[in-house]
Design a binder for this molecule. Structure first.
Ligand code: CA
Length: 175
């Protein structure tokens, strides 16, 4: 790291000959600046399948799963980071061997106030997974170079009729 600096700044548009008005500074994370902050934190979800609980999504075990009940229109899951963090990256491991395709059209939103209504429209959109998941995609990595202040991370299907299944979620924030 450069002496006296706690951040890396990248000059957007550098080398591409863009007009100076399009050039902005953004903060870019390097691995040593980030910490996983979701493990073991409080979790919430829509109605879950028996014996599957939302806490399974942050227990550090890739074999345990948060699994929504059937016939819910827009199943969701949420983790409370315990305090507001500058969130840079959210990693999601959906269910692998069985029904991986159920993970599709999923919004990742972030907020600073707890909302367990299932309507996260007041949260900022962090990332949108608009594909259909297959196990060969592995861990999904959603990140924003600018990072976002957030205490709550919601994961929600935005098309109806399917179950939401999450093996594990990790949230990386600036330390
Ligand atoms: Ca797990």
């Amino acid at each position: 790291m450069l002496s006296g600096s706690s951040e890396w700044c990248v000059l957007g548009g550098e080398g591409s000959g863009v007009d100076s008005s399009a050039v902005t500074f953004v903060t870019v994370a390097t691995p040593d600046m980030l910490q996983e902050v979701a493990r073991g934190r409080d979790t919430y979800a829509c109605q879950e399948w028996p014996d599957y609980i939302p806490a399974h999504g942050v227990d550090g075990d890739n074999t345990t799963m948060s699994h929504s009940a059937e016939n819910l229109q827009y199943p969701w899951w949420l983790v409370d980071l315990g305090q507001i963090r500058l969130v840079h990256q959210v990693k999601i491991l959906p269910r692998q061997a069985v029904y991986p395709e159920r993970f599709n059209n999923v919004e990742i939103r972030v907020g600073v106030e707890l909302d367990t209504s299932g309507n996260f429209s007041s949260y900022r959109l962090f990332s949108f997974y608009d594909r259909v998941y297959t196990a060969d995609q592995g861990v999904l990595s959603c990140y924003r170079r600018d990072a976002v202040d957030a205490r709550y991370i919601s994961i929600k299907r935005v098309t109806s009729g399917e179950i939401l299944q999450i093996l594990e979620v990790e949230v990386f924030a600036f330390v």
